[in-house]
Design a protein around this ligand. Sequence first.
Ligand code: FAD
Length: 450
Amino acid sequence: PSPRSSVIIIGAGVSGLSAAKVLAENGIGDLLILEASDRIGGRIRKEKFGDVSVELGAGWIAGVGGKESNPVWEIAAKLGLRTCFSDYSNARYNIYDRSGKIFPSGIAADSYKKAVDSAIQKLKGLESNCVEDATNRTDFTLTPKTPIELAIDFILHDFEMAEVEPISTYVDFGEREFLVADERGYEYLLYKMAEEFLFTSEGKILDNRLKLNKVVRELQHSRNGVTVRTEDGCVYEADYVILSASIGVLQSDLISFRPPLPRWKTEAIEKCDVMVYTKIFLKFPYKFWPCGPGKEFFIYAHERRGYYTFWQHMENAYPGSNILVVTLTNDESKRVESQSDEETLKEAMVVLRDMFGSDIPDATDILVPRWWNNRFQRCSYSNYPMISNNQVINDIKAPVGRIFFTGEHTSERFNGYVHGGHLAGIDTSKAVLEEMRKDERQNDKQNQNF
Ligand code: FAD
């Protein structure tokens, strides 16, 4: 017979590990974690680049300094994780045009204000259900056209600047953001979390309740339990399953359900937008960019929206590393993922030479993460449409029989963030514990009746 556990957790990212930890703390010793890749961490992932560790996935602890304390910030502080404050507010004063000129601060501030106002106007239009009204208006401020307008539009929308609409993370936890710049990586936080309930030795998890390289392909569920089948032909049984695969994975055909998921569930999953967000790292023999105060972030204004728009130098995080990071999103991310890294490097160099002149050195190394083409991710994070109602997220989160869903995409207030994943994991495991208690009560009643 196949091994049976009380709960199988699918995925060892922040939400899966948080869920498992709460279960373990509540006496569920016979849990099992099945992770498709060869490591824990999921979308929290460091990689060596040059002499430093760079974060390919989550980089910031967002939401710090407010009235409530961000739980991820608390854990990071306890572990002494090295972080750097990021001040995006100056980025708007470092906007370069294609001839390398910086837009005067007056023009930049003006364009910024216009873009914020029109985004707010558009949002109001959407909220009052005059969608057509808002999008068909000929008011030019609603449709960014010039390179600087396009660049600002990109920053406002693809980077979720809080000026447009209140973002729960900033409202609840504060508006400050800290970049994790620690050789042990953001993922150290997850390793330490795992260490609290899994057997570890010399920095390695040796507990056989965590199984790596186990790609779940099928969940067969009934009133009595769930049968989990993995790609390598193994079969596991459980009373309950917690599934933490990303919204991108749920939209793909990686995992099939028998019987299939109900329509309300698949429709909700389809309705959620997936964001692809790609940080491309470039290493140089020396610095040629300005590094003084207020210069960490800079923007390239091009007539194509999102074309190598948002840049950051790593001198604050890793002095002397000579690394630049450029962030692409969605279609640009997918385009770059499908071409060779040499091609991407060439494109980035043309952009940098536009901004800083033709005599700058070529990058000596490039790192291009591929979150979209990773079949265990298929996205960077979830993005609920601005006008979606709570029903969509409730349905995405709602269990189907004995299968419970978790992950950042199930966090009503903090979807898209590490703390969203963390809190979702805690929430989901509590819901499963509640269900287990109900089962117990029912069994007790039945036993009494006999
Ligand atoms: P995941 O980390 O994706 O964990 C799910 C796990 O399930 C993965 O390990 C996956 O391998 C596994 N899995 C998938 N399918 C299967 C299967 N079939 N069988 C078994 N296992 C499976 N957040 C911030 O707070 N700040 C940031 O600055 C930030 N920046 C980001 C930048 C990038 C580029 C990306 C990609 C994300 C960023 N995020 C950021 C978001 C943050 O990383 C995520 O919200 C969070 O890590 C998601 O955790 P999770 O547990 O929900 O999912």
